[in-house]
Design a protein around this ligand. Structure first.
Ligand code: UDX
Length: 456
């Protein structure tokens, strides 16, 4: 805590070690640091953040018995549950130590902010009598969706038959049953219900922070606020308030920026399915040929684990494909995405619609081709296509013909141009919300005051 001495109050952050969760937590840390708080990050030993990217923070690893942890989609529930049980005792011990130190150093731990899936933190904070605040890294509407899932369950409407797939879910416009975050035949196990519970139950937390903004989700935020007794702080998009420090687990391939420099404005389609989603061999091949046949320049992120059969991707993207594409396409293993989306050459984003990717694209005015794969991505995609009308949704099994058509609709047709105009309007509204008097700006000031109000 010696580093903390100059600042009187510290905030302890407990992030989930997944890219789409770690990034917003670290960004929130930078935002709160800029408001005068000292930032302490207690993280799992598994996939630690890189302290060199945040020399102003204090990092503390929680020993988590992490051998054998995996971040692939099929292992996700196991990972969440392992971290929830293994990190409890180490966090308790560390927090006890911090509180002892604070008496000596004069820097008080004002509160603990934790990822919503790490519900163990709530009980530790309660036990230590420190206020806990939940960070939700998805859309606020995702919380509403889970509240509705409990209602559907009470009405015996889950699991639902295939015949309902296209039916709208009442109260969840514009969602259909097929957009709910689990597959139709999924057994709704007790473990899954516990997870669902963590999506709506804020336990004894004294507030909820969202990486969203009022102009994107006004009605969901007001509906939610009526249902909870604690204050909500929609202070996003975080990445527009935080300095651009890297938060990537993988190394960003910067060479793509030089390649983008050679392309015409709005000419390039950026393609990425985020940090976890994987696809099968057929979808990879059809995507490759759809991109090749479209005639549009593209920058495609193909992670080493992009294929769900644990095969190497390289031989699918070699030979004939590379010859057909030539200099018109570039494939990288991981890109500096925010820089890419901000580049004038990028005119469209084919995305899995993870929430971070969604807001990063909106903030740069880049319209999207939506290919949601799991979890909240279908909800995000429905908002992009049906509410904000700035994206095209690609559903069902993909073939190269439909991919080529969608790409041309977005990148060349009038429809795509109109979406770009609408995205630019959204970008302006978001920028306004970050200025003095704007909703996120004011909400951040309220959050700062709220944390400062916790008594010593
Ligand atoms: C996961 C879930 O998939 C998502 O639905 C949920 O909202 C958050 O957790 P992820 O797959 O990681 O997210 O997607 P996303 O939320 O979009 O986050 C990916 C992050 O990685 C973004 O901040 C993006 O900028 C970054 N990224 C992605 C890169 O920096 N480089 C890349 O090449 C790809």
């Amino acid at each position: 805590m010696a580093e903390c001495r100059a600042r009187k109050r510290a905030v302890l952050l407990v992030p989930m070690p997944l890219q789409g969760h770690m990034t917003p937590m670290l960004q929130l840390g930078s935002i709160l640091y800029s408001k005068g708080f000292s930032i302490v990050v207690a993280h799992s030993e598994f996939r630690p953040p890189n302290p060199l990217n945040h020399p102003e923070f204090i990092f503390h690893p929680l020993s988590d018995d992490s051998s054998g942890y995996k971040t692939s989609l099929v292992n996700l529930m196991d990972l969440i549950s392992a971290i929830n049980s293994n990190c409890r005792a180490p966090l308790q011990e560390y927090l006890g130590q911090l509180m002892k130190d604070q008496k000596l150093e004069g820097c008080q731990v004002a509160c603990v902010i934790y990822d919503s899936v790490l519900f163990f933190v709530d009980s530790v904070a309660t036990q230590m009598k420190i206020p806990g605040i939940v960070l939700r890294t998805n859309m606020a509407s995702y919380m509403l969706l889970y509240r509705c899932i409990f209602q559907l369950q009470a009405q015996n409407l889950l699991p639902f038959p295939e015949s309902r797939l296209q039916e709208p879910v009442s109260e969840l416009y514009p969602l259909r049953f097929k957009d709910l975050p689990f597959s139709i035949n999924a057994e709704i196990s007790e473990e899954l219900m516990d997870f669902f519970d963590s999506m709506v139950n804020i336990r004894s937390s004294v507030a909820v922070i969202f990486n969203t903004t009022d102009c994107l989700e006004h009605s969901s935020l007001s509906l939610l606020q009526k249902q909870y007794q604690v204050p909500f702080f929609p202070i996003g998009p975080f990445h527009k308030m935080a300095p651009a420090a890297s938060t990537s687990f993988l190394e960003e391939d910067q060479t793509c920026i030089a390649w983008l420099e050679k392309q015409a404005p709005n000419s390039v389609l950026y393609v990425s399915l985020g940090s976890i989603a994987s696809i099968n061999e057929q979808e990879l091949t059809e995507t490759a040929w759809g991109l090749a046949n479209s005639g549009i320049p593209f920058l495609w992120v193909v992670r080493c684990d992009s294929l769900n059969e644990a095969q190497s991707v390289d031989h699918f993207l070699d030979g004939h494909f590379k010859d057909s594409v030539g200099e018109r396409g570039l494939i990288v293993k991981w890109a500096p995405q925010k820089k890419v989306l901000a580049h004038r050459a990028v005119g469209g984003f084919w995305s899995h619609c993870g929430w971070n990717s969604t807001i990063e694209s909106i903030c740069e005015g880049v319209p999207m081709i939506c290919r949601p794969l799991f979890g909240d991505q279908r909800l995000n995609a429905r908002y992009l296509t049906c509410v904000w009308k700035v994206g095209l949704e690609m559903e069902n099994v993909l073939d190269r013909g439909s991919i080529e058509k969608a790409i041309r609709r977005l990148m060349i047709d009038t429809e795509g141009k109109e979406m770009r105009q609408d995205m630019l309007l959204m970008k302006d509204k978001i920028e306004a919300s970050l200025q003095k008097g704007g909703s996120s700006y004011e909400s951040l000031n309220d959050l700062t005051q709220f944390i400062n109000s916790f008594s010593t």
